[in-house]
Design a protein around this ligand. Sequence first.
Ligand code: ADP
Length: 384
Amino acid sequence: MDAPAQLASGGTILIVDDMPANLEVVTNHLERQGYRAVVALSGDEGIERAEYVQPDLILLDVMMPGTDGFEICRRLKASDRTRAIPVIFMTALADTTDKLAGFAAGAVDYVTKPLNGAEVLARIESHLALYALRRQLAAQNAQLQQEIAVRSETQAALQRSNTEFEQLAYVASHDMQEPLRKIASYLQLLSQRYQGQLDADADEFIGYAVDGAKRMQALINDLLAYSRVGTKARPFAPTDCMLLVRTALADLQFAIEECGARVDIADLPMVMGDATQLSQVFRNLISNAIKFHRDEPPVVRVTAEPAGAFWRFTVSDNGIGIADEYFERIFVIFQRLHGRTRYAGTGIGLAICKKIVERHGGRIEVRSVVGEGSTFALTLPALQ
Ligand code: ADP
């Protein structure tokens, strides 16, 4: 609290009063305390001085010939140049309506005549401190607003470049599909028709080429799927997560049976979202939870709990787990921790999950212990 006290001392006080005799007591008192007192003998002069001197505070007499103090105060408060300067009324009247009129005109306080120097000073100091605080707040607020403006501009630019990237990825991957399909099918034709007719090396080379073309097709399809999260987004609607997870399980029935997986589903809520995209999220997470299992059969659990305006879902497994240093990296497009021969996949699933969850205003993260299992947690917006 040192700063406001410091700001409050040594300020300039404008005193507006038509009776010079009244002023002397106050000005002397203020000047003794290190303030600079500027005097105006009429309301109009007061306004002029306030605009010119820009005092830290104005002491304003209520009863003045011509324009009274209330009107002067209203004018001060109507002008951009003087609006912020605190005004304290000086009134001889103990009348409550008078004081109320002063507050209504925009004053912050009043003092009654005959003036008591110590009281006037105490009030001045407390209002100067308040004023300084208010100015400090206003400056911080303005700075914050500016930061917000800069940030939202950056965000808008980021959004634009994201959209452009998505469109580019979409067009590129879409247009690449056709020539690639041609390469893959002619290579396959070559291998079928000329298998064993050329030498062993040729068979091997054609095999590599077919494999490469197939992988390229898979990557391009993934890139297309990734770019569709933005380009083919649908508006949010109430979505039953229980239904989404059950559908995902039906899609994964073969994998579940093959490795004898058990999938427990807790009560799952409705959320606001894009059902097609959210079903993709649950399918990817459950599919991974089954795929990355250890020797024992996978046990997968899906839960949900309220978290403010969101629901927090978890998909946990008892699989191979993930080392801490990969917690972030696995959500990046095409990032995988294992060779293709060990676990099939291209490394797009979690990148798509992240993109979808973030489009819904949520977050996704993983916690895991190698050799024990992983828990993916994501937040999705609750129904309003
Ligand atoms: P993909 O499954 O095609 O490899 P993802 O983007 O779905 O791609 O996953 C990226 C990588 O994260 C996986 O290759 C795997 O190494 C790791 N991962 C994902 N889910 C799990 C899980 N439940 N348990 C262990 N590792 C996982």
